[in-house]
Design a protein around this ligand. Structure first.
Ligand SMILES: NC(=O)c1ccc[n+]([C@@H]2O[C@H](COP(=O)([O-])OP(=O)(O)OC[C@H]3O[C@@H](n4cnc5c(N)ncnc54)[C@H](O)[C@@H]3O)[C@@H](O)[C@H]2O)c1
Length: 442
């Protein structure tokens, strides 16, 4: 569904009218297409310690960035990266302001601001207070940026690999990830042989893949090199077959909520694959009603499809020989699971439950040959699910984020594919919001 308002305010006449009467003016976001350079312009690099490390500079130049140390008067920047890992007292925070202020004024459309911080560790109260302050700075800054620019914070643990995360957050693949902190831990995060095909040789399975976000995820995983098994209800058969053909994958009829689903899945993997490398729990349903009026079947079906299925399938895979080492599991949560939503106690239960599931099973997946499990929490994404909303509610929801527009299924798919890649091995047990910094629960 196209966003007519966004198209209108990006036309010459619409833009002038919106500006005059003070209406929101969402920008067309820079999204990735194959062959794109990492950034459309130079990147300004700085450090609160005075000088950025040679290792960080090398990572950025190897990824294809043109790195500037100082800002010329006429420079137009595509990105600003500040290494703030040395911040240890509240006074040190003024270094951020000094470095970022001029860079922000030179930041172009869909620009990127990335701040690197040291995670808090409970060892030093002053240092932890100053480090946590970065979170407040980046979240607030993200709300100040305009023209599709984003700001995100990477907490970098000792020995964490930054290469893959920097590429994701600088590129158009992270177009709708804004105002988010993410912890990069020390988990194994090997660089792929080919950065354009990070999933080459991997087998992936996406549930609920016949349409919407699931179909987009299947497409991006295939683009990134994976063989994709697309699974959905038998009733979605024709649409599912089309997705399978489009991504050069295999279709599997699987009701994830059925008692036999884990067994059927294992049988399919044993018969047709050399084990599973990537599992995306995407199948999900809504049955909205105020709690006072909710029928038992509305409650139970949502719990069964959105949460119980994930628990049962994960347990079966971990207990089998069908899950390969360094596997990646990505679970679809929702910002509703973080902030709540009227009429969605059942759905909110499942989407918050997924966050508990992910946090609690991270250690078990790490013990399984350095595998990981993470959640993605999409905000408002234009799909058939959200198309069912009343027009006025949908229009308001679209503007309720720092980027003033809905996300697209591709935005969620890019984040899923990144978390599915070998280089994202340092991220485990976490939730990444793909919500344009949705103002609800942000
Ligand atoms: N669209 C949004 O704004 C949004 C926001 C946050 C989270 N999400 C989550 O993202 C996921 C995908 O959402 P979407 O908008 O693409 O939904 P959608 O309704 O367009 O697609 C969901 C797919 O899941 C399939 N499915 C439903 N029950 C199933 C079952 N028992 N077994 C197998 N497949 C089943 C459906 O047939 C359908 O193809 C869901 O988990 C949803 O909760 C969506």
């Amino acid at each position: 569904m196209s966003d007519r308002y966004l198209n209108l305010v990006n036309s010459p006449v619409g833009s002038a009218v919106a500006s005059r009467v003070g209406l929101p003016r969402p920008s067309v976001l820079r999204r990735y297409s194959a062959g794109d350079p990492l950034l459309p312009g130079p990147l300004l690099l700085g450090s609160t310690s005075g000088k950025p490390t040679a290792a960080l500079r090398k990572l950025l130049t190897t990824a294809g960035a043109e790195v500037l140390d100082t800002l010329g008067e006429t420079d137009r920047l595509a990105a600003v990266v500040l290494d703030a890992r040395s911040v240890a007292t509240p006074r040190d925070l003024s270094g951020l302001r000094e470095f970022l202020a001029p860079g922000l004024k030179a930041l172009g459309s869909s620009g990127r601001v990335i701040v690197l911080g040291t995670p808090t560790d409970g060892a030093d109260i002053t240092a932890d207070a100053a480090r946590q302050a970065l979170d407040g700075i980046v979240r607030s800054l993200a709300k100040e940026l305009r023209r599709g620019a984003t700001a995100n914070l990477l907490w970098v643990a000792d020995d964490a690999s930054l290469a893959s995360a920097l590429r994701f957050f600088l590129s158009g693949k992270s177009a709708y990830v804004d105002g988010q902190p993410l912890l990069l831990g020390a988990g194994k995060a090997p660089a792929p042989k080919d950065w354009d095909q990070p999933l080459a040789g991997k087998t992936a399975l996406v549930t609920g893949a016949a349409r919407g976000i699931g179909a987009a995820i299947a497409g991006v995983l295939a683009r990134d090199g994976a063989h994709v098994i697309v699974a959905d209800l038998t009733s979605a058969g024709e649409a599912l077959a089309k997705v399978a053909n489009r991504v050069g994958g295999t279709a599997l009829h699987l009701d994830v909520a059925s008692d036999k689903a884990p067994e059927r899945l294992l049988e399919h993997l044993a018969a047709h694959t050399k084990g599973l490398d990537v599992l995306v729990h995407n199948a999900g349903i809504t049955r909205d009603k105020l709690l006072a009026n909710m029928k038992p079947e509305q409650w139970d079906s949502v719990i069964a499809v959105n949460l119980e299925s994930q628990l049962r399938i994960d347990a079966a895979l971990l207990g089998s020989d069908q899950l390969n080492a360094q596997a990646r599991v990505v679970c679809l949560s929702s910002t509703t699971g973080l902030s709540g939503n009227r009429g969605q106690t059942n759905y909110g239960a499942t989407k918050a439950g997924v966050l508990g599931l992910v946090r609690s099973s991270a250690a078990a997946f790490a013990a399984h040959g350095d595998s990981t499990i993470n959640a993605i929490a999409p905000g408002f994404i234009d799909t058939e699910m959200t198309a069912k909303m009343p027009l006025a509610t949908r229009e308001v929801a679209r503007r309720l984020s720092s980027l003033q527009q809905a996300g697209l299924p591709i935005d969620v798919a890019e984040a899923v594919s990144w978390l599915s890649s070998p280089g994202a091995g340092g991220v485990n047990g976490q939730v990444l919001r793909v919500c344009g910094q949705n103002l609800v629960g942000a």
